[in-house]
Design a protein around this ligand. Structure first.
Ligand code: FES
Length: 91
């Protein structure tokens, strides 16, 4: 099924690109932009993005590696707050 009509990208192209990127680098964060680049294309109108993302989410290889999931979480920042955080919490 065609997902991106501007660039003629199918659901199979997206799944294959995700599988290839995950096999090449188990720690990579896979984004739509990286998929376009892997396919040698670039997004045009962006109208396909909801369907593009939905197709990406169907691939089990899309998951963020477990050890990278807490990078945004408070555990690291709570244990070692940056200077700005420390300064604002003391004033
Ligand atoms: S339909 Fe995908 S960029 Fe336009």
């Amino acid at each position: 099924m065609i997902i991106c009509h501007c660039q003629n990208i199918t659901d199979h192209d997206i799944q294959s690109a995700i599988d290839w990127m995950r096999a090449a680098d188990p720690e990579t964060l896979i984004t739509p932009g990286k998929i376009y680049r892997a396919l040698g294309k670039a997004a045009d109108c962006g109208g396909c993005m909801p369907l593009f993302l939905g197709t990406m989410r169907k691939n089990p290889n899309l998951q963020v590696p477990m050890h990278l999931r807490r990078l945004r979480g408070g555990a690291t920042q709570e244990n070692d707050p940056c200077k700005a955080t420390r300064k604002s919490s003391t004033t």
